[in-house]
Ligand binder design. Structure first.
Ligand code: PEP
Length: 249
């Protein structure tokens, strides 16, 4: 049985009171499952609530949705990796498509953020994925591999080997359109091969998650794909019952 990671990206949803109610329902009903980790990426203001809920659970962990690349200083409104770590975050999403395409984050910035996460002792989950026009132009693998190499450029092999990657086709995020298992298989295999090229055998164990309109109906087909080591879920992770169904699939 392969080990799986289920990650909930709540985006800009779930205020502390909502997060608390969600975590109460979830932790009451979800018993630890062998070889499964469940990660929560709440908005930063609700991180403490989620941390409190997972404190006694080794299978549940929390992270932040974004970090700044500097460790501290005059960057109003930003959260550094070390601040996030101090608040208990163990993981950080880096280069999520909304950061790249709504906020204009560049490959070079994702690289600085990966380096900052590593310095702070946070696991980066580097998100990569092509836009629809890039897929239609046959550039899917070029784009995803470029983002992968750029994000990890100059990062030592041990830290790449302990990172995570998420393949999230931009056209599938929040749209209700999911990549087919065959689409995911092609990209995940290419990402896996590149990780192995970058860091050797250890690249074979880097979790590569699929994200993009995952829900309780399509999750099983996706996690059955070789090299899909879990899912990163936005919309369907906002409802505790639906999220429970997904992590139990
Ligand atoms: C995401 O936010 O990473 C995501 C995949 O969103 P959704 O599941 O809503 O497509």
């Amino acid at each position: 049985m392969k080990s799986l990671v289920f990650a909930a990206n709540w985006k800009m949803n779930q205020a502390p009171a909502d997060a608390e109610a969600f975590m109460r329902t979830f932790t009451a009903q979800y018993a630890k499952q062998q070889d499964r980790r469940v990660l929560f990426f709440p908005p930063a203001v609700s991180l403490h609530v989620c941390m409190a809920a997972v404190r006694t659970r080794s299978d549940l962990e929390c992270g932040v949705q974004n970090i700044h690349w500097e460790d501290k200083g005059a960057f109003t409104g930003e959260t550094s990796a070390s601040l996030a770590r101090g608040a208990g975050a163990r993981h950080a999403l880096i280069g999520h498509s909304e950061r790249r395409h709504v906020f204009g984050e560049t490959d070079a910035e994702t690289n600085k953020k990966v380096a900052a996460a590593v310095r702070a002792g946070i696991t980066p989950m580097l998100c990569v994925g092509e836009k629809l026009e890039e897929r239609e132009a046959g550039k899917t693998l070029d784009v995803c591999l470029r983002q992968l190499r750029a994000g990890f450029e100059g990062i030592d092999a041990a830290h790449v080997a302990s990172a995570m990657v998420a393949y999230e086709p931009v056209w599938a995020i929040g749209t209700g359109k999911t990549a087919t298992p065959a689409d995911a298989a092609e990209v995940h295999a290419a990402l896996r091969a590149e990780l192995v090229r970058m860091v050797g055998e250890r690249g074979g164990a880097v979790p590569i998650l699929y994200g993009g309109s995952v829900n309780r109906s399509n999750v099983e087909a996706l996690i059955a794909v070789e090299d899909v080591d879990g899912v990163l879920v936005g919309g369907a992770s906002l409802d505790a019952e639906q999220w429970l169904a997904i992590v139990r699939s």
